[in-house]
Design a protein around this ligand. Structure first.
Ligand code: NAD
Ligand code: IPM
Ligand code: MN
Length: 350
């Protein structure tokens, strides 16, 4: 059985996952790794961003680690064959409905953030993003020509009680092991799906999690609060689209988008999907300068959440922290290390 399926993907994806492979080979040499084409690379080879065999391999592995997908090369490809569609189909196929995106500012990086040091020092909150529903998957969706000229494009936001409840449960459970606070973000002031979201979260809280402090926050205000006073958050629960946007904003608080890992979890006992939250970064792809830490920290989450290797996860986390303390910085963090040199710095601390 494969322990970790690596899907390097496109752009900087292969560059950062190569560093994950080095770390895995040094830290957990007994793990069985496998690697497959995914995203644009898979489209070029097989005409589909997610081959059936790749999805089957993902479901059969204990954990999957994805680099990044997409890029200008595939901009003209029909939407259902685009690299990003492969990622959505992978998430749906693996049924990983809860996406944990930790916004954690490592002490040595407090000055790398675009916010003032005092606002981000000690920052540690967790975005719990619904990942397999909402406007990303809702039907109908289409673009049509209008008889009088011009076009009409339709996307649909859909949520059911069950979809909201299961992800809210993950948020409440996580909060109990942290600072016991959940903020649930939606737009119940303008969206019916937002109204249902608030109702379901409120009901579940009353029934099973009354010990957790729950607040409701409108998503636009949440964006403002994230850059005003991010340390107020402990667990921030969001739908699919708001979570995508708010997590990029949160990433910058930690110093760089290249720092934020994620874990996508579903049914207990099934494999998790681990991915840095950044994309394929076409502007720096091929230059060997991408920050591999989001990918390496995604492996750290895989060790913890899917592979039963908490001790190794602790060691890896500490190694990243020490490397940063000693001044290891890629360009996005204001330094000059290459991707491989950042990998070297982490390996040296392991
Ligand atoms: P992006 O995240 O790829 O890049 C945004 C900016 O952050 C760029 O300036 C990039 O250089 C920088 N950056 C990102 N990761 C970095 C890293 N590890 N180290 C240093 N700098 C880093 O977002 P984008 O440019 O909007 O999207 C590019 C492509 O990636 C698109 O095709 C998009 O669909 C795709 N994308 C994929 C994923 C994913 O695979 N999970 C996530 C986001 C975007
Ligand atoms: C992310 C990405 C993806 C998303 C895209 C590439 C489908 O932006 O993982 O944050 O929107 O979920
Ligand atoms: Mn995103």
């Amino acid at each position: 059985m494969t322990d970790l399926l690596l899907l390097p993907g496109d752009g900087i994806g292969p560059e950062v996952t190569a560093q994950v492979r080095r770390v895995a080979e040094a830290l957990t040499p007994d793990l069985k790794l496998e690697e497959r084409l995914f995203g644009g690379a898979s489209y070029d080879a097989f005409g589909t961003p997610l081959a059936d065999e790749t999805l089957a391999a993902a479901k059969a592995a204990r954990a999957v680690l994805m680099g990044a997908v997409g890029g200008p090369k595939w901009a003209g490809v029909p939407r259902d064959k685009r690299p990003e569609a492969g990622l959505l189909n992978l998430r749906a196929g693996m049924e990983v409905f809860a996406n944990l995106r930790p916004a954690l500012c490592f002490g040595p990086l407090a000055d790398a953030s675009s916010l003032k040091r005092e606002l981000v020092e000690g920052l540690d909150f967790m975005i719990v993003r619904e990942l397999t529903g909402g406007i990303y998957f809702g039907e109908p969706r289409f673009i049509e020509e209008l008889p009088g000229g011009g076009k009409r494009a339709v996307d649909t936001q859909v949520y059911t009680t069950a979809e909201i409840e299961r992800v809210a449960r993950v948020a409440f459970e996580l909060a109990r092991g942290r600072r016991n606070k959940v903020a649930s973000a939606e737009k119940s002031n303008v969206m019916d799906s937002g109204l249902l979201w608030r109702e379901v979260v409120t009901d579940l809280h009353k029934r099973e999690y009354a010990d957790v402090e729950l607040t409701h926050i409108l998503a636009d205000n949440a964006a403002m609060q994230i850059v005003k006073a991010p340390k107020q958050f402990d667990v921030l629960l969001t739908d699919n689209l708001f979570g995508d946007i708010l997590s990029d904003a949160a990433a910058q608080l930690t110093g760089s988008l290249g720092m934020l890992p994620s874990a996508a979890l579903g049914v207990a006992g099934k494999p998790g999907l681990y991915e840095p939250i950044h994309g394929s970064a076409p502007d720096i792809a091929g230059q060997g300068v991408a920050n591999p830490l989001a990918a390496i920290l995604s492996f750290e989450m895989a060790l913890r959440w899917s592979l039963d290797r908490a001790a190794e996860a602790d060691r890896l986390y500490a190694a990243v922290e020490r490397a940063l303390e000693k001044g290891a910085r890629t360009r996005d963090l204001g330094g000059a290390l290459t991707t491989v040199q950042m990998g070297d710095a982490v390996l040296a601390e392991l």
